[in-house]
Design a protein around this ligand. Structure first.
Ligand code: 7TS
Length: 414
């Protein structure tokens, strides 16, 4: 195993996360391995939000008083930081939403209503979170469009062998996840993006899992849209991001309507504000955006490349140790590709039972279908138990997970 200490100073990082230092019951320290659902927050983010409320809070884009100016500066500053974080060409390409889910709905509704015609095609993958399936199904139904799916191989990879057929006809949108929240598979989307663009389709990338774990460069990826959530990347909940190429955002009608998204309103109609504000109706999640900006600063200081490399080493160690647990690792607990992200599963007994017994030992994991029912159906599974890592997890915590699995095994004799 590569010396993890050369990649990240994890002990110092752990000191930044107050919530990690607690016992779930006397003598049983918390091991937080539910990071794919939501990450914990460092003091730097908590303090940035607190400081903002204490000293600078007011509504944005409205007043000319001092606090409103400071608040607007902080909110727009967070937008600029977010743009730099994913290498967007301009901060005007960053729309603040509530979460990745809202970002998908925004494009599905606003772009879809204006652009989809009966018979048009939307291509998704079997690997998607429901957030990147259901909004497309809804708009497809409304517009009479067809939804097709890129299949998943037995190894948990996208099966692109039938891509030519999938991309034949009036394909208008290809929406795919960058990193699976169930398998951890990292999809090298470059080929898919190129193929989609070659047939004139746009590409929507679900970056809800990738942006928090690896460096993402929207220009290199040539994504037309990319969605992610603040809460999975050390930021507050209630703030999400939609990246969109500026000309596409400009051509799209608004999603929600009301204050802030207009330039002028008469009794007959309204003139839209410039992007991105055209898509930010009403008072936004101001402090949450400031918190997201602080999270971006934090992750940037640590280094996304280091975080990704560290998690790969940690995952490799976890997969190696899981091999030891007879019947405990299940078919999915093995690396399916080099760039696989930080999630794994334990099969063999009911996932909720495993999660409950792990909780007895302080280990927080998630059990269920993880909002990816079609993917579970693909593998004839109803549910799985998922342990997912982040920058503050350690080898010792992997050991705790393994010990807890042995404990669960002893209880259920699976
Ligand atoms: N896309 C992917 C790939 C996700 O993993 C999630 C959330 C979403 C979209 C939606 O993000 P939200 O912030 O809008 O909710 N995934 C999970 C999960 O795996 N467990 O809880 C939430």
């Amino acid at each position: 195993m590569t010396s993890v200490e050369t990649l990240l100073n994890v002990e110092a990082i752990r000191q930044d996360f107050p919530v990690l230092h607690q016992e779930v019951k006397p003598g049983v320290p918390l091991v937080y391995l539910d990071n794919a659902a939501s990450s914990q927050k460092p003091t730097q983010v908590i303090e940035a939000v607190s400081e903002f409320y204490r000293k600078h809070y007011a509504n944005v884009h409205r007043g000319i008083h001092k606090l409103s100016e400071e608040s607007t500066e902080a909110y727009e500053g967070a937008r600029a930081k977010t743009a730099t974080f994913i290498n967007a060409a301009s901060r005007r390409e960053i729309v603040f939403t509530r979460n990745a889910t809202e970002s998908v709905n925004l494009v599905a509704q606003a772009w879809g209503r204006a652009n989809l015609m009966p018979g048009d095609v939307i291509v998704l993958t079997e690997m998607e979170h429901h957030a990147n399936i259901v909004p497309w199904q809804l708009i497809a139904k409304e517009r009479g469009a067809e939804v097709r799916y890129v299949p998943v191989t037995d190894d948990g990879l996208l099966d692109l062998s039938g891509l030519d057929t999938l991309l034949s006809g009036p394909v208008k949108m290809v929406a795919a996840t960058h990193m699976s929240n169930v398998l951890g598979t990292v999809n090298a989307l470059e080929g898919l993006v190129q193929a989609a663009h070659d047939v004139g389709a746009l590409v929507f990338v679900d970056g809800a899992q990738s942006v928090s774990h690896k460096p993402v460069d929207v220009q290199a990826l040539d994504a037309d849209f990319l969605a992610f959530s603040g809460h999975k990347m050390c930021g507050p909940s209630g703030i999400g991001v939609l990246y969109g190429k500026r000309e596409l955002l400009e051509a799209m009608p608004p999603f929600l309507a009301g204050g802030d998204m207009i330039k002028r309103v008469t009794l007959e109609g309204a003139e839209w504000n410039d992007v991105p504000w055209k898509f930010e109706a009403g008072t936004p999640a101001i402090a949450q955006a400031v918190g997201l900006g602080a999270a971006v600063d934090y992750l940037t200081r640590v280094g996304m490349d280091r975080i990704y490399a560290y998690e790969q080493v940690l995952l490799g160690y976890a997969l190696e140790r899981l091999e030891e647990v007879p019947g405990g690792a299940g078919a999915w607990a093995r690396p399916v590709q080099e760039g696989r992200g930080g999630g794994l599963h334990a099969g063999g007994m009911h996932p909720h039972d495993i999660a409950e017994l792990l909780n007895d030992r302080g280990v927080a994991v998630r059990a269920g279908h993880h909002c990816a029912m079609p993917l579970h159906q693909r593998f004839n599974l109803v549910a799985t138990t998922r342990a997912s890592f982040y920058l503050y997890n350690t080898r010792e915590e992997v050991d705790r997970l393994i010990e807890a699995l042995y404990y669960a095994k002893s209880v259920f004799a699976f």
